[in-house]
Ligand binder design. Structure first.
Ligand code: GLU
Length: 310
């Protein structure tokens, strides 16, 4: 931790240069307001010791990072079989919001739970009798995973996405047509849950705390409490390695070699198994949709400390 404390500020400044090569996501209009040059990181160890550098107080929305935690909640609600009846286990090699393979292979069944179609199918599996009850369970579960109270979502980002999500709507209706979303399921209700989970607002510290829980296989090292069964965390971490960084997951696995999940807000949740939870934010994205500064920073840290799990 001491070496990390000394090196991190310099690494953040060096990675900031990379941020200049990226662009803030604008397809959700509200996200375009994020500061492109910002970069922040928090690392938390098992005893709660924290090292931070850069703009770590900047709040940001989880976006696709939320998919890891709704997947975990869906496993706890439905078991492995229940979830894998609706989504597959394979990376796609296509964009996160692509519909190409939905029609090509097993009609309607999304390839994995981290692409949008898969995450929408997963959102439909969260237990609760209304969409607001499902959302409430998600906010409480995310908050518990972050070591605290219920988390909240950013209303403006939620509304902005909901008003412009034509592609996600079409994916969801396609799932409905193929009965991945069953008869009892209202498509707009599922989308509402999905948009709200994506709009959950966190800081680097909260994200790092959530990552720490995964680094310790679902048992919070600070309280000793098991929040998620180990097997489900194992599956989630595997998905993070194979598809957590969109179509750059292979490259990130080679260069950094740690489980991670990024989102279009520029957040990245990463972990070093049995050691650290890491939360990063850097809103400027590269061509594959990952934070340019954030990826550079994680690669720098991982190679300096030999963190690769491979
Ligand atoms: N809410 C975003 C969407 O569905 C999440 C995408 C992402 O972070 O990859 O488009």
């Amino acid at each position: 931790m001491e070496q990390l404390r000394q090196e991190l500020p310099g690494w953040v400044e060096a990675s900031r240069l990379k941020a200049k090569e990226g662009r803030v996501a604008a397809y959700i209009p509200e996200l375009a307001k994020a500061p492109a040059e910002a970069l922040g990181v928090t690392v938390i160890g098992p005893d709660g010791e924290m090292v931070s550098a850069g703009e770590t107080s900047l709040p940001f929305t989880m976006q696709s990072i939320s998919k890891v935690f709704t997947l975990l909640l869906a496993f706890m609600d439905n078991g492995e079989e229940g979830v894998f009846a609706k989504v597959g286990m394979e990376p796609t090699g296509d964009d996160f919001n692509s519909m190409l393979k939905l029609e090509l292979v097993e009609p309607g069944k999304p390839f994995n739970p981290l692409i949008n179609a898969g995450a929408i199918a997963v959102a439909s599996l969260i237990h609760g009798s209304t969409s607001s009850e499902k959302t409430e369970r998600i906010l409480r579960f995310f908050g518990e995973a972050a070591g605290g109270e219920r988390l909240g979502y950013n209303e403006a980002v939620y509304r902005s996405e909901s008003a412009t999500a034509h592609r996600n709507r079409s994916l969801a209706y396609f799932l409905k047509d193929n009965e991945v979303l069953g008869e009892e399921i209202d498509v707009e209700d599922v989308l509402d849950v999905y948009f709200k989970q994506c709009a959950v607002e966190v800081t680097c510290g909260q994200l790092a705390r959530m990552a720490l829980l995964l680094a310790f296989d679902g048992t919070d090292p600070l309280t000793g409490k098991e929040l998620i069964p180990r097997r489900y965390v194992q599956i989630a971490k595997t998905f993070m390695i194979t598809c957590g960084m969109y179509n750059a997951s292979g490259e990130f696995a080679i260069r950094a070699g740690i489980p991670a999940k990024s989102g279009v807000s520029g957040g990245i949740l990463a972990l070093v198994p049995g050691r650290f939870g890491i939360g990063v934010v850097g809103p400027a994205l590269g061509s594959k949709g990952n934070s340019t500064g954030g990826v550079h920073l994680l690669e720098t840290m991982s190679s300096a400390f030999d963190w690769s799990i491979f």
